[in-house]
Design a protein around this ligand. Structure first.
Ligand code: ADP
Ligand code: MG
Length: 689
């Protein structure tokens, strides 16, 4: 505990102050030291008044030449001060009689404040000041003055003085250096203590620009250690999972071969490559932990099916899990069509499977007669007992949190062995994020679409041209194509979004009476949703009005037109997902992004990205750049992505180094323990595994 002593032990910290500090995430002295300044003030030099410019934040010193109360719009005290190079006005709106007295003509004064233009030359409003009858004012500061992130009711000076105490605590050797000397030399990382001292009290000649950007070696060193701690935690999880071992599931081919033969297409090279990687993993006695990334429509389902069959060939069960009932059901239908002819028995479990039917499914899962189980997160429930689960496939991973990913690992046979895991995501994940958030997983990429797809062309149009858009939908549907009309609203209000979709549907029915129009939204019962989707799939509907529930996985090749209302409200990755619903057949598809003017500069930029590229990886990179990792990964993932100091965009280039260093530290469990504890506590974030 010595490295993280409670904040209460500092002088002057009582319960009330401790509470405020807690709001800043500061519980220990160590936390306080990791609470880095946002920026710095230079109080080390006295600037000549004649050299000042608006916006400067600086110390000046001079003589008070006049001091008057002025009754303007607001009663104020104005002092004119002069230093031989120029004059400047100090303006006080609040002042006491004693202050007025203090600020009398003839006194020497030193002030610190921000310079701004006033009605008669430059001025400082409510500067910090010290006035004296003699010239011997206190000396200037020797180091730059830190400005800390604050919370209400807390003063900079208060935090500064606490940090001064914390630095003394640090100087007495409390926060040990954890990174080995050789490593620090190799990567030119400053010592921890030096780095912290530097950042809380940088010398006068420090490169403020570098510090502001967070790129100073002292900052990079801390970011490095933090990223390392996160990485080591994920590696620990990975090792723990792999220690338990997994059943070996070698490739035999008695099911996979006929499966491949009956497919109406042959695999793309990318599908083949990724399948080979999966096959090799399954052949090992340690659990596979593999993430398969592939853009929408790249054909991940077939890869999952092959893996599942390989498990079945070895007499083991496979579970395939999807985040929504619609998607799970679609997998169930596909798998049934593909595999029943091969004599494979498939069970189906979702929230809507109830009563006797549910019991029957559970029984077949428990006694092993169901060889493949398809479902939603209902598969996570305790009542689900597998006979011998050999492989778990999780589709659209980013919608499942890390915790769920982990809880699934516990579902192995007898709790002794762990099932192999294959995680599929259609949201391409920027490399910096795979290297951080998914460092516990190996990664495969399906970077090729099946042949015969025509790229979707995207147009960006203001909703003032709605009539034209509607005509376009009419024309397309009259040609026998099908279309989606997607309504978006701020995510928090699903109710409003559903309402918007209902309104849109009613309006479209009126304007397009000859079309068959359906509606799906998140508040409908799962069965209703599935029925509407089925109608759309079998072309009994021309136009499907939907909320973003169709985002994931719906496969209707004849649908070639998509209108997205208010696309500016969605993240790029989400738009990309939506757009992936069209362009699945051989006809040319188009996507209309119908925004509501005016767009912000960022909004314009984002929609332009959508128009210019259909490459999911490029889009994901841009999304990361514009919105940050929390948004890209989904909120459930953010818990583990909250860094105190590191910033994935800024420090992403450190990750490769972090990976190498982590590998070198493998033989030093004590050190790993110390580093992860320092930055992540006991690992609560990772769900006690
Ligand atoms: P996703 O990667 O988005 O999950 P799917 O697995 O749903 O993609 O595949 C999208 C469509 O492409 C499906 O209709 C599927 O049958 C088809 N498909 C998959 N692989 C191929 C291939 N190699 N050649 C032609 N079509 C394919
Ligand atoms: Mg899919």
């Amino acid at each position: 505990m010595s490295s993280a002593t409670d904040i209460i032990s500092l002088k002057g910290v009582g319960a009330a102050l401790a509470l405020k500090l807690e709001r800043l995430g500061i519980h220990t002295i160590q936390d306080l030291l990791f609470h880095l300044p946002l920026r710095y003030q230079d109080r080390t030099r006295i600037l000549p008044i004649g050299s000042l410019r608006p916006g400067d934040e600086c110390v000046i010193q001079g003589e008070i030449r006049a001091s008057d109360i002025v009754m303007g719009k607001r009663r104020s005290l104005l002092c004119r001060i002069q230093d031989g190079t120029g004059t400047l006005t100090l303006r006080f709106f609040h002042f006491s009689a004693a202050q007025k007295q203090q600020l009398s003509t003839g006194k020497a004064i030193r002030c610190f404040g921000e310079v701004r233009p006033g009605p008669s030359g430059l001025e400082m409003v409510h500067p910090e000041y010290r006035a004296s009858t003699s010239d011997d004012l206190t000396p200037v500061e020797e180091a730059l003055t830190p400005v800390y992130p604050m919370t209400e009711g807390l003063q900079q000076n208060r935090v500064r003085s606490l940090i001064t105490q914390a630095l003394m605590w640090l100087e007495t050797g409390h926060l040990p250096e954890l990174l080995p000397e050789s490593l620090r030399q190799r990567w030119k990382l400053p010592d921890l203590r030096d780095a912290l001292l530097y950042l809380h009290a940088p010398p006068v000649d420090a490169d403020q620009h570098l510090l502001l950007e967070g790129r100073h070696p002292a900052q990079r060193r801390l970011a490095f250690e933090e990223l390392l701690a996160h990485h080591l935690t994920l590696m620990k999880l990975r090792h723990r999972v792999q220690e338990s071992g997994a059943p070996r599931l070698p490739y035999h081919g008695q099911l996979c071969t006929p499966f491949l033969e009956q497919l109406p297409f042959s695999l793309t090279q990318a599908q083949e490559r990724v399948s080979r990687e999966v096959t090799a993993d399954l052949n090992k006695a340690i659990p596979m932990l593999r993430l398969v990334q592939g853009d929408v429509g790249s054909g991940k389902t077939v890869v999952a099916a092959l893996a599942a069959l390989q498990a079945v060939e070895n007499g083991f069960q496979a579970a395939v899990m999807a985040p929504t009932e619609i998607l799970a059901e679609q997998h169930y239908i596909n798998f049934t069509q593909w595999m029943e002819p091969l004599g494979v028995k498939i069970a189906w479990l979702a929230g809507k499977v109830k009563g006797k039917q549910r019991l029957a499914q559970l029984a077949s899962i428990a006694d092993g007669s169901a060889q493949i189980v398809v479902g939603t997160h209902a598969l996570f429930q305790d009542e689900v007992r597998f006979y011998n689960l050999g492989l778990a496939v999780i589709d659209e991973q980013h919608r499942f949190g890390v915790h769920q990913r982990l809880s699934l690992r516990e579902k192995g046979r007898d709790g002794q062995k762990t099932p192999h895991q294959l995680i599929m995501t259609a949201t391409p994940i920027p490399r910096t994020l795979t290297m951080s958030a998914y460092a516990d997983l190996d990664c495969s990429i399906i970077d090729e679409l099946p042949p015969g797809r025509t790229p979707v062309s995207t147009v960006v149009i203001a909703d003032s041209r709605r009539d034209q858009v509607i005509e376009r939908v009419r024309a397309a549907c009259n040609e026998g194509r099908q279309a989606y009309w997607v309504c978006t609203l701020i995510e928090e209000s699903e109710a409003l979004q559903c309402q918007a979709a209902e309104v849109a549907e009613a309006t479209l029915r009126e304007l397009l009476p000859e079309l068959r129009i359906g509606l799906v939204h998140g508040r409908m019962k799962a069965q209703e949703k599935a029925d509407v989707m089925q109608c759309f799939k079998s072309a009994e509907l021309d136009l499907l009005v939907a909320t973003t529930v169709i985002e994931v996985g719906v496969d209707v090749p004849n649908a070639s037109v998509m209108i997205i209302e208010n696309p500016e409200r969605l993240g790029l990755s989400q738009l990309h997902q939506l757009r992936g619903r069209v362009g699945r057949g051989s006809v040319e598809s188009f996507c209309v992004l119908m925004y509501h003017a005016p767009l912000s500069k960022q909004g314009r930029e984002r929609l332009a990205v959508m128009r210019e590229t259909t490459d999911g990886f490029k889009i994901a990179e841009k999304d990361l750049e514009l919105r940050g990792p929390g948004e890209v990964l989904g909120t459930r993932q953010t818990g583990m992505m909250q860094f105190r100091i590191a910033d994935l965009q800024r420090d992403g280039d450190l990750l490769e180094r972090v990976r190498q260093v982590a590998a070198q530290l493998e033989q030093q469990p004590d050190l790993i323990e110390a580093v992860t504890r320092r930055w992540l506590g006991q690992g609560e974030e990772y769900g006690h595994v």
